[in-house]
Write a protein that binds this ligand. Sequence first.
Ligand SMILES: [Zn+2]
Length: 154
Amino acid sequence: MSQWAKLVETENYGRTVHVAKRNKDMKLLFCKHCEDIVKLSYATRYCQCGATGGHYKVDGLNAVYYGPAIPLGFANLSFRKALRSQPEFGKGTDYKAFVIPKVCPTLELVDVLDYIEVYEEDPREGGIEEMMERAAVDSNSKKTKIKNVFKNED
Ligand SMILES: [Zn+2]
C-alpha cells in the first residue's frame, strides 16, 4: 500500500484533474501573534511572523503544527460549492468554516523545538500536470548540477 494519500479524479472548473485525497475538510492555522492564516500542505508552511507552522503527514489526513496557533477548518463541500457560485454583485456566498477543538485526533500540537520541518511536497499535490512540470524542472536542475561539477573539476 502506498504511503501517499490516494490519487482521486475530480472535476475542477469543468476540467478533470487528479488530486491527493485527504480529509474532507481543509485545515488551516490561525496565528494568534500576527493573525495570518495559512493552509496546511504536505511541506511545512509558516505564518507571516514564523511563530506558527505545520504540515500534513503523508496520509493527507493527520497534521502536525507548532506555535500559538488556532487550527481552523473549511468544510470542503460547502467551500467548493461557494467557490463555484461566486456572485457577480451583492452579498457574498457563505460557506462553512469552523474552529477545530483543542483536542482533535487528527491534529498534533508539538513544541517548536520538537517540530521537524518538511521540505518536500507530495508530488501529486497539484495534479498530473504540476507533477510533470516538477519532473521537467528536476531534470533541468540535475543537468545544471552536472555542469557545475565539471566546472569545479576544471
Ligand atoms: Zn504568526
